[in-house]
Design a protein around this ligand. Structure first.
Ligand SMILES: Cc1ncc(COP(=O)(O)O)c(C=O)c1O
Length: 472
């Protein structure tokens, strides 16, 4: 875009946005089984959108200038604390920011002699690796049980050192939707004088409702001894618009370590509870309104529907020839793999049929698989979803696994990326049939198969290059 010479009319702009969005996955309706969370209740989304808009231009930078922010945040954080075992908290822009603040608080709470370290199961979200990268903390990755996908308590215990500042547990971890042995991990951390964070970004605002609806959910919140902080995303199963998460701390002294203040310049005084400084209060307004518009009843009803859909999906997938559900998840996240059909081809086949099923690469001994996040809206389309999975599995079986050009993986593995500029990288991808400049809904099986064959560090280098090329 070049800046228009004269300002343009709003209707024209909105029409253009519609055109820009025409290849996007749909955010409503339940056919996209990751990224988006749909209640299936338009009036709730409308309440959120209107409240978001109402708070849009309020800047959370200075709580003394906009006291509405303090009151709203107190109410939202208070609701989360009430459901999840108490504590005090911070409203943040998402799971990653909540985790970043929990890691910062842990790093600064009890300074260690060496470089600070944290113990992180391999199934924990990459936000912990990102926080470690930004904050100068070393990750000690620990394995999970190969059958249950839950963190190994013995491995956690063995990985704690003098310099460990944090042990991480997930409730649930995203890839297979299972809850780590949170209480045991917290007890071990506490015995060794180490803080323990529970990543309940996905589960915090889901598991309590599933439990009330009849699911077996182990204790995972701040009421469990030894848990010192917990993250809970309202923009996931809270169904709020994006930009809404809460990080809770058991102790206000720990929360203070997450804060930042600076008076070291001649400008206005900076006090930040979050990574961002100036930011819109829109997401806070949206989250506040969503909680109020749904209420306990609404969440419980969504929880019941979610539980019923997740059970039906697990049982239905297990009956599809060649597919198997991974682990025995307590949550509403379902992953399935196959020894007979290529799951990356299956995912492309589903996409052709108008459904997005999220592929996950193999890692740490866990095979490549497909991930489905079941939400409040899934139940009404669960039979259709199962049919699409069965049809896509049949089609994938007929097509057979992706065959990569001979030597491609070796070539990508040995590429000197520093010697290639973005244009040359794009040309190389095109030469093997991968169009990085393409629009629409792309076939991803080849890309996923190549990535799957590479070690994680190489995958990361290639993904960073991909990002650089698509934003060229
Ligand atoms: C378990 C878990 N933690 C953290 C995150 C990161 O959340 P966000 O994408 O809001 O930063 C996610 C996202 O899916 C997640 O599943």
């Amino acid at each position: 875009m070049s800046l228009p010479e004269k300002g343009r009319d709003v209707e024209e702009l909105l029409a253009e946005i519609s055109r820009l969005k025409q290849d996007d996955l749909p955010v409503r309706g339940g056919k996209v089984t990751a990224y988006v969370y749909d209640t299936g209740r338009p009036q709730v989304h409308e309440a959120a959108a209107r409240a978001y808009f109402e708070m849009l231009e309020v800047n959370t930078l200075d709580p003394t200038a906009f006291p509405s922010v303090v009151e709203m945040e107190r109410q939202v954080v208070g609701a989360v604390a009430e459901l999840l075992g108490g504590g005090c908290g911070i409203f943040t822009s998402g799971g990653t920011e909540s985790i970043m603040l929990a890691v910062k608080a842990a790093r600064d709470f009890r300074p260690v002699a060496g470089r600070p370290r944290m113990v992180v199961p391999v199934t924990a979200h990459p936000a912990f690796h990102k926080a470690a990268h930004y904050l100068g903390v070393t990750v000690d990755a620990v394995p999970v049980d190969p059958m249950t996908f839950r963190a190994s308590v013995a491995a956690v215990e063995a990985a704690i050192t003098e310099d460990t500042v944090l042990v991480v547990a997930s409730a649930p971890s995203y890839p297979q939707g299972v809850v780590d042995p949170v209480a045991e991990m917290a007890a071990i951390a506490s015995e060794r004088g180490v803080l323990c964070h529970v990543d309940a970004c996905v589960g915090g605002w889901l598991l309590p409702w599933l439990r009330e609806a009849g699911a077996q959910v182990p204790p995972f919140d701040l009421s469990v001894p030894g848990i010192t902080s917990l993250s809970c995303d309202l923009h996931k199963f809270g169904y709020s618009p994006k930009g809404a998460s809460v990080v809770l701390f058991a102790d206000p002294a720990l929360r203070r370590r997450a804060y930042f203040a600076s008076a070291s310049w001649p400008g206005y005084t900076v006090i930040n509870a979050t990574v961002q400084s100036s930011k819109s209060a829109g997401p806070l307004g949206g989250a506040w309104a969503t909680l109020q518009a749904l209420g306990r009843d609404g969440y419980l009803e969504l929880g019941r529907a979610t539980l019923a859909a997740a059970r039906r999906l697990r049982e239905g997938i297990a009956r599809i020839p060649g597919l198997r559900v991974l682990g025995d998840p307590e949550s509403a996240l379902v992953a399935f793999g196959s020894d007979e059909v290529d799951v990356f081809v299956l995912s492309d086949e589903a996409r052709k049929r108008g459904w997005f099923l999220q592929p996950q690469l193999s890692y740490a001994g866990i095979p490549a698989n497909i991930h489905i996040t079941v939400t409040g809206v899934t139940l009404r389309g669960v039979e259709a979803m199962l049919e699409v999975i069965a049809e896509s599995a049949r089609a994938a079986r007929e097509r057979g696994p992706v065959t990569l050009p001979a030597g491609l993986v070796e070539l990508v593995a040995s590429l000197d990326l520093d010697a290639l500029d973005d244009a040359a990288f794009g040309e190389l991808a095109a030469s093997v049939g991968v169009d990085l400049g393409g629009s629409g809904q792309p076939e991803m099986a080849v890309v996923n198969a190549v990535l799957d064959a590479l070690p994680a560090s190489r995958r990361e280098a290639i993904l960073i290059r991909f990002l650089s090329v698509i934003y060229a």
